[in-house]
Design a binder for this molecule. Structure first.
Ligand code: AMP
Length: 215
């Protein structure tokens, strides 16, 4: 199955993707994670990504596509994947459709996780993630076992772009460039809207229900 987890920043795409990996037995492909890894490596490409990411702007489509395609062609993603943070623009959605079609695949379902702006900001400024394993926590609603460490003992960090100012810019980008993707996929009749407010288990259950019957 090829599934897009769609929604504004802070909707819970990454958190829910981590839960769905075991349920659906397909990997998560997060372009944000791939870019952060590239940035951490200190490469020229990583520095280029940082120019956009640190300002809350989307990285140009052509830079994202190459990175995405390399990940899609790894062995574990041959039978399907959970796309988290990709596509982010209508041209990216069109190229995703093409890239999948070349592999006799298609987007089977788009789960659109819905949350409001205030909830989104509250979630993001309290978000921490583990430098070692990538586990995502919320300081109040999904707190780590210790204030500054993950259950794997890795160090917890706040993303550089998780400040209120940058989040507002990311939300503008979402409204202008990303939200129109829903119409692109509504025409294909594959969009399922899910209420993203609730406990992690509640939202996971809603997603499971929404994709039930999709194979
Ligand atoms: P995320 O981890 O999905 O919240 O993405 C963090 C940042 O990485 C975004 O604000 C963008 O700057 C960049 N990014 C991630 N995925 C994409 C994408 N598909 N297209 C353009 N920029 C992206």
């Amino acid at each position: 199955m090829d599934l897009i987890l769609f929604g504004p920043p802070g909707a819970g795409k990454g958190t829910q993707a981590q839960r769905l990996i075991d349920i659906l037995e397909i990997p998560q492909i997060s372009t944000g994670d791939l870019m952060r890894a590239e940035r951490k490596s200190g490469s020229a490409l990583g520095k280029e990504f940082d120019e956009f990411m640190s300002k809350g702007l989307l990285v140009p489509d052509e830079l994202v596509l190459r990175l995405f395609q390399q990940r899609l062609d790894q062995e574990d993603a041959k039978k399907g994947a959970i796309f988290d943070g990709y596509p982010r623009t209508v041209p990216q959605a069109e190229s995703l459709d093409g890239v999948l079609a070349e592999r006799d695949r298609k987007v089977d379902v788009v789960v659109s996780i819905e949350v409001g702006l205030d909830e989104m900001i509250e979630r993001i400024v309290h978000r921490r993630s583990c430098e070692a394993c990538g586990q995502i926590y919320h300081l109040r609603y999904n707190p780590p076992p210790r204030a500054d460490a993950c259950s794997c003992d890795g160090k917890l960090v706040q993303r550089k772009d998780d400040t209120e100012e940058v989040v507002r810019k990311r939300y503008d980008e979402y409204l202008q460039k990303t939200a129109p993707i829903v119409d692109h996929y509504k025409k294909k009749d594959v969009v399922k809207a899910v209420d993203g407010v609730g406990t992690l288990d509640e939202v996971t259950d809603r997603i499971k229900q929404a994709i039930g019957g999709v194979s």
